[in-house]
Design a protein around this ligand. Structure first.
Ligand code: CUV
Ligand code: SF4
Length: 637
């Protein structure tokens, strides 16, 4: 290699701390293929206006960019208005994605039939939820009830009058506060439309109002996410602790490798079922493979690992690297977080890049549309396509890196509380079940609980912020709960093994892990499953007669990148939980936006955003703030 090439490789390798990823980047160079890491090198300087959020192109007179010479857009919008509009639109983008995911799950619930492709796995959870929604349960047929629940959930998207029933999942104090602030969700779609309208040329030009409008929409994201989580549990089962493996080495061996990437379990659950069929296993043998390995990337991976122990191939930043191993027969995707680059990249290998959703068609992919009403047939066709591709695997192009970790995942609310009560999953209808959790928190054996969630961002070395933050927290006796790609990072690094608690956790946390048989970092699922975190916090607050901001808890997205993450962060704040970001959102162009988001919201909703791009300092901020809450919490307790 020439000196110049070595530099390029080293620069790329410095953009990740994952050792497998470094190996794959070297292979990428050898294979002459491009990855995000290579493209990032071409983006030495990113647009300063965009970074600060002060570019507006919401009308055809623009784009207008705020600078010393042009302090206002052509319509007169100042930097606060422009930043506020852009921020609110990010909330709307995120809410649209999560709630559309939930909508698809809801439509699937409407298709459930006894013995059909989709069935009711958790009738009790369905009945509880039906009751919550005000539907009479009686001795109705469970599938009739499911269809009624589906219709009622669809009303949450487009309820013409009144407010969302899901608001009642919050404490009474929260509901009153939201009402007072005028940010109760009416219906999810309506909140998204309201943001798009309010940010149209000539509408809202008041930063405080724009932030609150974004917050209302983000609460719609929370409603959608909650529906997504609850209905997924009802149809596919509430997760319980299960063993898994994580990182690219799960692709090793002579099996047909099928990677599922994206978000919605409707597709992936069917692929799992299809690939387990004897006819598919036999077909795999016929083509010379030993069997079939399913693995996941991003939140589809998280959903599958939580419910089936399906292996985690990698996180958001490893989607290209997985294909570069040369060992993937098919990468099957649905929606969200899918790099369009996978289309060109897979032409360099035998991998079939299969898109399945009309919402995420990608030029150059093989499009095999998936329909819920012909789910099993569609899944079988797709799996067969993957298996038949095994014969095209080119041994000379295969390199699977050596590392993987083991872990235990599957910590739904019911599983966490169950563990603390020494039983497998428990219903949390009896507040007594929460007592052990509250006791370890109140006694100070565990100092606090921190949700470390979200994506990987190329603005930081991949995984560095996540891993550094998580390790600091557990070392100091803060229990970490995690979802999304942050969860994948923890799993890849052995932090989801109880056996490693002694090594990484402080004495208090390690003792709890030992006693109740949990790892120091708990995998709660996918991005929509952040609703589980809010649910636990609400239940604990209710059982103690406290408010959520009184609890020694925090949220963090140290490597956030998606609009979904902004919506999540905003609804977490709206729920009264301080949220710590490791990457600055594009709002710094407005001093008012920063003052509001990182300060004044505290007076309004009891929590706000905090940003620090140094992971160690971020950890310290979180721990100091939680410690500052403890005396008050202990007093109330
Ligand atoms: Ni939904 S949003 S990168 S954490 S899945 Fe991973 Fe997962 Fe995307 Fe962010
Ligand atoms: Fe410029 Fe105003 Fe149009 Fe935005 S809405 S592009 S600031 S004129």
């Amino acid at each position: 290699m020439e000196k110049k090439d070595i530099n390029v490789l080293e620069q790329m390798q410095n953009m990740t701390i994952d050792l497998n990823s470094k190996v794959m980047l070297e292979k990428a160079e050898k294979d002459g293929v491009e990855t995000m890491y290579k493209r990032k090198l071409g983006y030495k300087v990113q647009c300063g206006f965009g970074l600060q959020g002060i570019c507006c192109r919401n009308c055809g007179m623009g784009p207008c960019r705020i600078s010393a010479k042009t302090p206002r857009g052509l319509c007169g919008a100042d930097e606060h208005t422009i930043v506020g509009r852009n921020y609110a639109r990010m909330c709307a983008g995120g809410a649209a994605a999560h709630s559309d995911h939930a909508r698809d799950i809801t439509h699937t619930l409407a298709l459930t039939t006894p013995g059909g492709d989709y069935q009711i796995k958790e009738p009790e959870k369905l009945k509880d939820f039906a009751q919550f929604l005000g539907i009479e349960v009686g001795d109705k047929d469970i599938y009739d009830l499911a269809h009624e629940v589906a219709e009622e959930c669809l009303m949450e998207f487009g309820r013409p009058f009144g407010t969302s029933k899901m608001m009642k999942r919050a404490t009474q104090a929260r509901q009153d506060l939201w009402k007072e602030l005028g940010i109760e969700v009416r219906a999810i779609d309506r909140e998204i439309a309201t943001v798009m309208h309010a940010t149209h040329i000539g509408c809202c030009a008041d930063i405080e109002s724009l932030v609150l409008t974004g917050m209302r929409c983000s609460l719609g994201d929370w409603v959608g996410s909650s529906i997504g989580t609850i209905l997924s549990d009802i149809m596919f089962g509430t997760p319980k602790p299960v063993h898994t493996e994580a990182n690219l080495n799960v692709l090793a061996g002579n099996n047909v490798n099928i990677i599922l990437h994206g978000h919605e379990p409707t597709l992936s659950e069917m692929i799992v079922a299809a690939s387990e069929l004897p006819e598919m296993q036999e077909l795999a043998k016929e083509v010379g493979a030993d069997g079939i390995t399913l693995s996941g990337i991003c939140c589809t991976g998280n959903e599958l690992t939580m419910r089936h122990g399906i292996k985690i191939a990698g996180d958001f930043h490893q989607q290209e690297l997985a294909i570069i191993t040369g060992s993937v027969e098919a990468m099957i995707v649905d929606v969200q977080c899918i790099f369009p680059s996978l289309a060109e990249l897979s032409t360099h290998y035998h991998t079939k890049f299969i898109t399945t959703s009309p919402k995420a068609r990608i030029t150059g992919s093989q499009y095999m549309e998936f329909h819920e009403d012909t789910a099993m047939e569609d899944a079988k066709t797709i799996v067969r396509e993957a298996i038949m591709n095994f014969k095209n695997r080119d041994a000379s192009k295969v390199l699977v890196p050596d590392l993987k970790s083991e872990g235990v995942v599957g910590f739904s609310e019911n599983a966490i509380v169950g563990k603390l009560n020494n039983v497998v999953n428990t219903q949390i209808d009896d507040m007594d079940t929460l007592k052990p959790l509250i006791d370890v928190l109140a006694s100070g054996v565990i100092r606090g609980v921190v949700g470390v969630v979200g994506c990987n961002n190329a603005k930081t070395p991949s995984n560095y912020n996540h891993l550094t933050l998580i390790k600091e927290l557990i070392k100091n006796d803060f229990l970490v709960v995690t979802t999304g790609c942050g969860a994948s990072v923890a799993a890849k690094n052995g932090l989801m093994l109880k056996e490693n608690a002694k090594k990484y956790a402080g004495k208090g946390l390690a003792t709890v892990c030992e006693l109740v048989d949990i790892p120091p970092v708990l995998h709660l699922g996918s991005c929509v499953d952040n609703s589980r975190i809010i649910n636990i916090c609400t239940l604990v607050a209710q059982s103690l007669g406290m408010e959520v901001p009184d609890l020694p808890v925090a949220g963090s997205a140290p490597e956030w990148m998606s609009e979904k993450a902004i919506a999540i962060g905003t609804y977490v704040v709206a729920n009264g939980i301080d949220t710590y970001l490791g990457v600055m959102p594009p709002v710094t162009g407005s001093s008012r936006a920063v003052e509001i988001l990182c300060g004044e919201l505290k007076d309004k909703v009891g929590a706000c955003f905090h940003v620090n791009e140094d992971a160690i300092e971020l950890a310290k901020m979180i721990m100091d703030d939680i410690e500052a809450k403890r005396p008050h919490f202990e007093e109330l307790y």
